[in-house]
Structures are given as C-alpha cells and as structure tokens.
Design a protein around this ligand. Structure first.
Ligand SMILES: NC(=O)C1=CN([C@@H]2O[C@H](COP(=O)(O)OP(=O)(O)OC[C@H]3O[C@@H](n4cnc5c(N)ncnc54)[C@H](O)[C@@H]3O)[C@@H](O)[C@H]2O)C=CC1
Ligand SMILES: N[C@@H](CC=O)C(=O)O
Length: 366
C-alpha cells in the first residue's frame, strides 16, 4: 500500500521542493581560490550553480553561509593547528557535490566512500583514479552503486578533451592502441623556456610561482605526475594498468629527492648541471627536449613509460608552446593518423574551469 500525500487547502498535493545540491570545496590553495572566483563570476552572470555549504583546508572546516570569497580568505588566514582536517562525512548528504582541490592522498582515499553514499565528487586531485588500481576500481564501483557522478576532467590536461575523447571512443566500440604525448603542463613550459644558459632551477621556481607545478614540484620533475595521468588515461581506455608497470625516468637526483620541505628550495640547483648536459647534447644533435609519457596496448599486454626525450625539432610532439599539452591517441578508428589534442595543460584558471564544468554536469544530472 502506498500512502497518498496529504492534500493542501486547495485540494492539490503540496509540492515538495527537491533539496538543492550543496557544494563543499576541499582545498583553498591555487586551484581552490580560482574555483571560488570563477564560481562567483559565473553566478553573477546568472548561471545556476549550487551554493557553497562549506570550505575546508588543512587548517580546518569553515561554514559558508555568506560570501564564499570572504570565507576563503578566513580559511587561508586561519591558524595552522598541525592537523590535516578532513571533512566530516555526516555534513554531506546524497546529491551534494564535493570538490577535491587538494593534493591529499587521505582525501582521495575517501572518494569511493563519498560516491557510494550518493555524494557527487568532482576532482582535480589525481590520486583517486591515478594511484592504486584497487582504489580506481573502487571509485568505478562506487559510482555505479551510489548512482553518483565522478567528475575527473581536471585531472588530465587540466580539462582538455582528452579523457572525454578516450571515453567516448571506447563507448563507441573503439579500442585504444596507444597514447603518447606531453602530459605535463609545467614540464612543457620548462622545456619551452629553458635555454641551457640560465639555471634550470630558476625556471622551476617561476613555474611554481605561476601555479603550474604540483605543490611539491618534485612530483612533476620525477615524472610521478605524468605517471598518474597516464594511469588515468589507460584505465579510461579499459586497460587495468598498475602504477608499477609504468617505467618512470626521473629528473630528480637522489639528493634532491631526499630533501625535506624546508630544504627543497635550497637544493633545487642540484637540477642545473644534469639538465644543462641534457640540453647541450640535444642541441648538438639538432634535437629538442620534451618530457613524454606513452602507453601502448598490444597482444602481449601494455607497455608504458615516462621520461625525457630528445626529439627532432620537426617531431609532432615538439609543436605547441607555453604549458601546452600535446597528445596523440591511436585507436582502431584513428589508426594511420592519430587523433591529436593540444592546449594549455596547467594553470589555476583552466583547472578551475574544468572543475566548474564538471560541477555543472553533476548539477544538470539532478
Ligand atoms: N595547478 C594546476 O595546474 C593543476 C592542479 N591540479 C591539481 O589540483 C590540486 C590542488 O593543487 P594546488 O591548488 O596547486 O595545491 P595547493 O597546495 O595550492 O592547495 C592545496 C590545498 O589543499 C588543502 N589540503 C591539504 N590537505 C587537506 C585535507 N586533508 N583536507 C582538506 N584540505 C586539505 C591545503 O590546505 C590547500 O588549501 C592538486 O591535486 C593538483 O594536482 C590539477 C590540474 C592542474
Ligand atoms: N603539475 C601539473 C598540473 C596539472 O595537472 C602539470 O604540470 O601538468
């Protein structure tokens, strides 16, 4: 038996207004700040967007009843108490949208749990789909179980239509044979600028200031960031690639890898001599340096690698400038001529735009 809704005074069932999804933002750094600013700009232009319920960072969790830009300021000015606050799951309900703009493994480890509760997750953090295979599989399962949207377009190419293209090709019955390209915006920028004369470490500092690098630039320089992106792309192509199956050639010498956060800046010049040598060798050979990630899927399994390559100046991967990613996708359909996607692959603005696109998709999903 079903219970009829009580009738109101004019004899019609009272309309129960659907609960509006609310927005929770984790991470108020480079990307989080740009996200709040873009949210405000788009809202002022009349775009329907969910309102902020709370903002959180490693300093705490902040209610957001008023102006989110003021709360953001408050959150970033708050005293550190040494504890990385995680959002209390009870604060969010089914249908809410949680945006992960942190680089935190602990936060990414909770994506599946949130999704399984019907909370929609939008992320710039690559550690959900780009770390352990088991975690990525749990995220996929939780999306189905919780009927919740997982928006990860910011994780590769800062929103370039790369992941989307691969998923659409696969959905159309295509098989992805190989993906190869420049997948790091910061390393693209570094090798576009580096002239073999000024110290490489100075350019690294500039890239960090500009918001192109990860919070710890060694994640970029070691190839780890590209490994994560390659894993996300391969998994989107239906390939169960494990992190340890990607061969990664790091640019970071052991003495820099071992440095504590407080020593990092002082040790960056350890990059200078080896990078100068790479540059000079490439210059003598008439080549250009590009940091390339690739995977190739075949009968015998998938081979994947990440590292610095010296390429002929007219090589297709040498096109592009600034933070441009340039990626070639080969599939059944794009066999002889690859599908090539190129465009800015790092920076707070493009990343925030990709996050907002995913929020709008999740919001439109009801
Ligand atoms: N900068 C870029 O071009 C792009 C960045 N991304 C990703 O965006 C994410 C954020 O990057 P940035 O804004 O540059 O980092 P950031 O270091 O400027 O900000 C990180 C924020 O996360 C907060 N946080 C850390 N642990 C937390 C926790 N447990 N709970 C809540 N908040 C926590 C920090 O307090 C800080 O506010 C990273 O995962 C990065 O890979 C993705 C695409 C492009
Ligand atoms: N640090 C990353 C930012 C985007 O993911 C990069 O350099 O590409």
């Amino acid at each position: 038996m079903t219970l009829a809704a009580p009738l109101n005074e004019i004899g019609t069932a009272p309309s129960r207004a659907p609960r509006q999804p609310r927005l929770a933002l984790l991470g108020t750094g480079t990307v989080g700040r740009a996200f709040v600013a873009r949210h405000q700009r788009l809202s002022q232009r009349g775009l329907a967007l969910p309102a902020f319920e709370l903002l959180a960072n490693s300093r705490g969790v902040f209610d957001c009843a008023g102006d989110p830009e003021q709360v953001l300021q408050l959150a970033n000015d708050a005293q550190r108490n040494g504890v990385a606050h995680e959002i209390d799951a009870a604060r969010l309900r089914r249908g809410d949208i949680l945006v992960d703009a942190t680089a935190s493994d602990a936060v990414a480890a909770r994506h599946a749990e949130w999704l399984s509760r019907g909370i929609r997750v939008v992320t710039a953090n690559k550690l959900g789909n780009g770390a352990d295979l088991l975690r990525a599989q749990a995220v996929a399962r939780a999306q189905r179980e919780g009927h919740a949207h997982y928006g990860d377009s910011a994780t590769v190419g800062a929103g370039l239509p790369l992941l989307r293209s691969i998923r659409e090709l696969v959905a159309g019955g295509d098989r992805i044979h190989a993906v190869e390209g420049v997948l790091s915006g910061s390393l693209a920028w570094l090798f576009d600028r580096y002239d073999g004369m000024r110290p490489f470490s100075g350019f690294v500092r500039e890239a960090r200031e500009a918001g192109y690098t990860e919070p710890d630039p060694r994640i970029d320089l070691s190839g780890e960031d590209v490994r994560r992106k390659l894993l996300i792309l391969a998994r989107a192509a239906g390939i169960a690639l494990e992190a340890h199956e990607v061969q990664v050639d790091s640019l970071v010498p052991a003495t820099l890898a071992d440095a504590g956060d407080d020593e990092l800046d002082a040790r960056l010049p350890l990059l200078d001599a080896p990078l100068r040598e790479h540059y000079q060798q490439a210059w003598r050979d008439g080549a250009k340096l590009r940091f390339v990630g690739r995977f190739e899927a075949g009968e015998a399994g998938c081979r994947a690698s990440v590292g610095l390559r010296a390429l002929p100046a007219d090589h297709p991967l040498c096109g592009g400038s600034g933070t441009d990613n340039r990626v070639a996708i080969r599939s059944d359909r794009y066999c002889e001529q690859p599908l090539v996607v190129q465009g800015p692959g790092a920076g707070a603005e493009v990343t925030a735009a990709a996050l907002l696109d995913d929020v709008l998709r999740a919001y439109a999903g009801g």
